[in-house]
Ligand binder design. Structure first.
Ligand SMILES: C[S@@+](CC[C@H](N)C(=O)[O-])C[C@H]1O[C@@H](n2cnc3c(N)ncnc32)[C@H](O)[C@@H]1O
Length: 390
């Protein structure tokens, strides 16, 4: 992860503009000796830089709000050091110009793009964890009338895919840096032709992290149109058996199983498993019924009622568990003399979301972006709003 090791960390006055980067405010850890988060804006992206004051004085990215592509982060780190006159001892950040492949195309989308305007004008196919993107690129080139949405959480894979999209001049791929387990809730019902899950991480020791789950299958069934398919391809016998059990759960479903089926394009993983003569399993679920639209009514606004006294201390003492999920304050911060900020984990147990809420001038708001509009997050928000206002 890009970072700077500073000789000394010098604060800025806020807001400050350094070329294309703006520094908006600083939120200090409750113990300011530990460090601070610096709210940063580059064009329309807002995120936090983190200053950690330990045996080294490190300036790096906040994991929750980390921007993509990496260029933005590197640019912001260097801008902070320069404008605050904080000398750099060493770093792993180069001063390379922005990768023009990333700059000149718009295939990289944010989750809010899908939450606000999910494209519905053509058939959609989704690839979960596209890795080297061989399959995604091949399918998109072979099916120009279909919109492909590629989901991946590994940033170097995303950057490689974006480069290839430009080189191959493909206009029917959208790439999203997002957890596939959260994404499906944003997909309207009955519009997806195929969902590919090829060689997912087996997570044998942490099965709750697997992409395939009962909840994922239910959401896939809702998003798929009649005749649409969810295609799992795996070399892991464990995952295959687990998928069989999971796919057997819903009442209205049909699934087929194949072994060592050849497909048009072979991924890097598949190449490796084939060389090792491993068996490859396909489990394909076919949607047979129409589904209603998802029930996600409500928003993430806070009431304007007065904020309860000592709310930050009270919130941080408890984890609020409910049947739909939970709400937990992980960290607390101070902003200036009067303001505060909390880092929350919230939502469903198997798909928690981390987010920040700023509380100042008797009002509260999520920063830098709203939580994902899932039903569990909306319920967690209702609970938080009640707690904050007493
Ligand atoms: C074993 S690789 C397979 C890549 C590719 N499908 C192939 O066949 O070569 C699994 C990929 O899934 C991605 N991944 C894991 N969990 C994910 C999730 N929850 N959402 C999106 N991608 C995920 C990983 O980053 C990794 O690139």
């Amino acid at each position: 992860m890009p970072h700077l090791n500073l000789e000394s960390f010098n604060p800025l006055t806020f807001p400050t503009r350094c070329g294309e980067v703006e520094f908006l405010f600083q939120a200090n850890y409750r113990n300011p000796e530990e460090g601070a988060l610096i709210a940063t804006r580059y064009k329309e992206r807002e995120f936090f830089l983190v200053y950690k004051n330990g045996s080294k004085k490190l300036l790096k990215s906040d994991k929750i709000t980390r921007p993509s592509p990496n260029f933005i982060l590197k640019h912001a780190l260097l801008a902070y050091a320069e404008c605050s006159n904080s000398p750099i001892l060493d770093s792993n950040v180069d001063n390379a110009p922005e990768n023009t492949h990333l700059k000149t195309h718009d295939a990289l989308k944010s989750i809010s793009y899908f939450a606000n305007h999910f494209p519905r004008d053509k058939e959609v196919r989704i690839e979960v964890g596209f890795g080297s993107a061989r399959h995604l690129l091949h399918q998109a080139a072979a099916n120009p009338d279909v919109l492909f949405i590629g989901l991946e959480i590994h940033k170097p894979s995303i950057e490689q895919a974006l480069k290839q999209i430009v080189i191959q001049n493909l206009t029917n791929i959208m790439i999203l840096d997002y957890d596939a387990r959260l994404f499906l809730e944003f997909v309207p019902s009955n519009i997806v032709g195929k969902i590919y899950v090829h060689f997912p991480v087996p997570w044998d020791k942490k099965p709750h992290r697997r992409v395939i789950s009962e909840a994922f299958l239910k959401e896939s069934e809702r998003a798929l149109r009649i005749g649409g398919t969810l295609e799992l391809r795996t070399d892991s016998e464990n995952y295959y058996r687990f998928a069989l059990e999971t796919f057997s759960l819903p009442a209205i479903s049909r699934f087929d199983v194949r072994k060592n089926q050849e497909i048009a394009i072979v991924s890097k993983y598949e190449d490796r498993w084939k060389r090792q003569e491993k068996n490859i399993y396909d489990v394909t679920f076919t949607c047979e019924s129409e589904s209603p639209e998802p029930d996600t009514i409500g928003d993430f606004s806070f009431s304007t009622a007065p904020i309860a006294p000592n709310i930050i201390d009270r919130l941080s003492k408890e984890t609020y568990k409910r049947d739909w999920g939970f709400l937990h304050v992980e960290r607390t911060f101070t902003i200036g003399e009067e303001g505060s900020m909390i880092r929350l984990a919230m939502g469903s147990f198997d798909r928690p979301e981390s987010t920040y809420v700023v509380i100042e001038n008797n009002s509260a708001y999520y920063y830098p972006s709203l939580p994902v509009r899932s039903s569990a997050n909306l319920k967690a928000h209702i609970l938080l709003n009640e707690l904050i206002h007493g």
